[in-house]
Design a binder for this molecule. Structure first.
Ligand code: GLY
Ligand code: MN
Length: 464
């Protein structure tokens, strides 16, 4: 955990945003894996963790904005807990570590909430994403389970996002730690990408690197030579020369800050001509987009910077045709990159997505597009110093999408379908980095992970 002043400052920031009512933050509880005593690894709720710093299951935090009081509710370990799980500091001792001096047993929470409700204080809470939390909010607040989501407080959502989207020095250090673990994961994955190996073996090895560094992976690993499927979690292919292997993987630190990195490599370690041509276009798009990142620029425009590079590159290799500006306007690149350029990253790999993607990625000035592909862009709004974002362009040859668009004559002035047909066995390429928006531009976080063709081939020259 950070110094207690970090959490005090964060709660004070929230107090200066919401001046009345109370905010209720339910921490997560332990969740059964396949029977009650066999649990998933515990992961604290990111919002509770941000403001209250404690990674214990079954805790809740409250801030009363009317009088400035803060509370943590939770139960001290009893003798049975101590026998099975060891001695644990008392709730009051834990709370003191994060600067909170009012504590109570978990059952006392309901009294506080009833009193607030009797005094007509508004009880603000964030949208829950776990069934247990929905049930608990319903019980504590006396609202129907079906109404819990819609009763979440927009005022609290917007305030939390405003505070959390700008990362502090200590958070950036944590994220860089997570990227450095990703460096080990990705260079290992590259070196293990040899023909005849089953993908799962690499997945297991790199997930172990994350765990050995202190935290789990920040999302289930995507690792596949069928990279045309954007979020492919099947790892049962036997690697073959001639295929590209996508690894999209990151790690979480003990404080639950993430990394999210993608690299794509030729199985066996040498790019062939077709692979190097497409790879270089994606790399150029990644670099051009990073170059364009600066405060005051809308991320949506950076998405289109990358799209333009992809269109121009694909025209050069004969997969697209026509005028690149017109192709961009028609969004013809979405046949090859039907996803957004990136997203916010922090404690959650898609930072605060549970609070509502549009609240995190868009605002009054920037609205989400509705067109195919571009609608998937998770972040569109203007960038500010302190934002941590991903830049992850890609080119994919998705046979079903190619067939569909061809049947529909879609983008026929911009796509050379006959040539595209010959790439249906190609797979996909994505290259992703984690970027801090600075006062004047940006900085790629963490130890640089090999990404030029020469760098990737050099790492792969030492197979594991
Ligand atoms: N790394 C997975 C994603 O960004 O969706
Ligand atoms: Mn990502």
């Amino acid at each position: 955990m950070f110094e207690k002043e970090v959490y005090i400052k964060r709660r004070n920031q929230l107090k200066s945003e919401l001046k009345t009512g109370i905010a209720l933050f339910l921490g997560n509880v332990d969740t059964a894996f396949n029977y009650p005593a066999n649990l998933y690894n515990f992961r604290q709720d990111s919002q509770f963790l941000y403001f209250f710093g404690l990674q214990n299951p079954g805790f809740a935090g409250v801030i009363d904005f009317d009088n400035g009081t803060e509370y943590i509710f939770g139960n001290d370990f009893d003798i049975d807990d101590i026998i099975w799980m060891g001695v644990q500091p008392k709730v009051s001792e834990l709370a003191a570590k994060v600067g909170v001096h009012n504590t109570g047993e978990y059952k006392d929470l309901i009294n506080l909430l009833s009193k607030a409700s009797n005094e007509s204080q508004k009880i603000n809470f964030l949208p829950p994403y776990r069934g247990e939390t929905i049930i608990e909010l319903s019980t504590l607040l006396g609202i129907s389970i079906n109404d819990v989501q819609k009763r979440a407080s927009e005022r609290l959502i917007k305030s939390v996002i405003k505070i959390k989207e700008v990362k502090s020095e200590e958070e950036i250090k944590e994220i860089e730690k997570a990227v450095d673990t990703a460096y080990e994961m990705h260079t290992t994955s590259m070196r293990m990408a040899i023909p005849g190996r089953i993908e799962q073996e690499i997945v297991g090895k790199i997930e172990g690197i994350s765990l050995a560094s202190g935290g789990p992976v920040s999302f289930p690993i995507i690792l596949t030579q069928d990279g045309q499927t954007l979020h492919n979690h099947h790892h049962d292919n036997i690697l073959e020369v001639g295929r590209m292997m996508v690894t999209d993987a990151g790690s979480e630190t003990q404080e639950c800050y993430s990394s999210d990195i993608t690299r794509t490599v030729p199985v066996g370690g040498k790019f062939n001509k077709r692979q190097s041509e497409i790879y270089q276009i994606v790399l150029d798009a990644n670099l051009a987009a990073i170059h364009a990142v600066k405060p005051g620029t809308k991320f949506k425009n950076i998405h289109f910077v990358a799209a333009k590079v992809i269109i121009e590159g694909l025209i050069k290799v004969g997969l697209m045709k026509g005028n690149s500006e017109k192709a961009l306007k028609a969004e013809a690149h979405t046949l090859f990159m039907p996803h957004g350029l990136g997203h916010m990253m922090g404690m959650d790999v898609h930072d605060m997505e549970g609070l509502g993607e549009n609240y995190v990625g868009y605002d009054e000035e920037t609205h989400r597009e509705t067109s195919f592909g571009t609608a998937y862009l998770r972040l569109g709004k203007e960038l500010k110093p302190g934002f941590v974002i991903t830049i992850e362009p890609g080119i994919y040859f998705i046979p079903d999408l190619i067939d569909k668009f061809r049947r529909e004559n879609k983008f026929k002035d911009f796509i050379n379908y006959d040539k595209v047909e010959t790439y249906k066995d190609f797979g996909g390429i994505r290259i992703e980095d984690d970027i801090l928006v600075t006062e004047n531009g940006c900085r790629v976080l963490g130890k640089p992970i090999p990404k030029t063709i020469e760098e990737v081939e050099a790492v792969m020259a030492n197979p594991l």
